[in-house]
Design a protein around this ligand. Structure first.
Ligand SMILES: [Zn+2]
Length: 169
């Protein structure tokens, strides 16, 4: 798996190395447990203060837009999983994940979201959600409600599988 630092300062070199070391192992474990395949996924480790910039840049690339989102994401989260033009992009917030146990759990959690994006219809729904958030094409209340329901269910699934992190050496 492609693991890179997003304008990452040297103080997070250890974080980047650890993510690089566990990413493939975590991806294998997650796919085996879920019995589903993961779309092409890359991971960017990002400094806390550049987290929002990395997220917006990634999403702008998917939408081919230079617009900004209507809704601002929470910059203090451990990580996020979003689409990339060809698959999935995972962002790991190096500052929020200072603790190694936390870091590996976050990698597992976000990889579960990556698998979820590969399920039928989910990429299309995610693009609809992004187009709504970037003011390109508004979504119906009904559509937004449905996406929120799926999101809540996906979140619970990702949390439940964080225990897989304990199997990673
Ligand atoms: Zn999540």
């Amino acid at each position: 798996m492609d693991v890179t630092g997003y304008h990452l300062s040297a103080r997070y070199a250890k974080t980047l190395r650890l993510v690089g070391r566990v990413a493939d192992q975590a991806a294998t474990l997650v796919q085996q447990r879920m019995r589903e395949r993961m779309p092409a996924t890359s991971i960017q480790v990002v400094d806390g203060k550049r987290y929002l910039q990395a997220l917006v840049e990634g999403q702008q690339a998917v939408l081919s837009t230079s617009r900004l989102p209507n809704r601002r994401s929470d910059p203090s989260v451990y990580g996020a999983t979003t689409l990339s033009p060809t698959g999935v992009l995972i962002l790991i917030n190096a500052k929020a994940c200072a603790d190694p146990t936390n870091l590996v759990e976050t990698v597992v959690h976000e990889l579960v979201h990556s698998v979820q994006y590969g399920r039928p219809g989910n990429r299309e729904n995610a693009i609809k959600g992004l187009r709504n958030n970037y003011g390109i094409e508004p979504m119906s209340w009904r559509g937004a409600w449905k996406i929120n329901r799926i999101h809540d269910r996906d979140e619970l699934e990702a949390q439940a599988l964080e225990v897989l992190a304990r199997e990673i050496r």
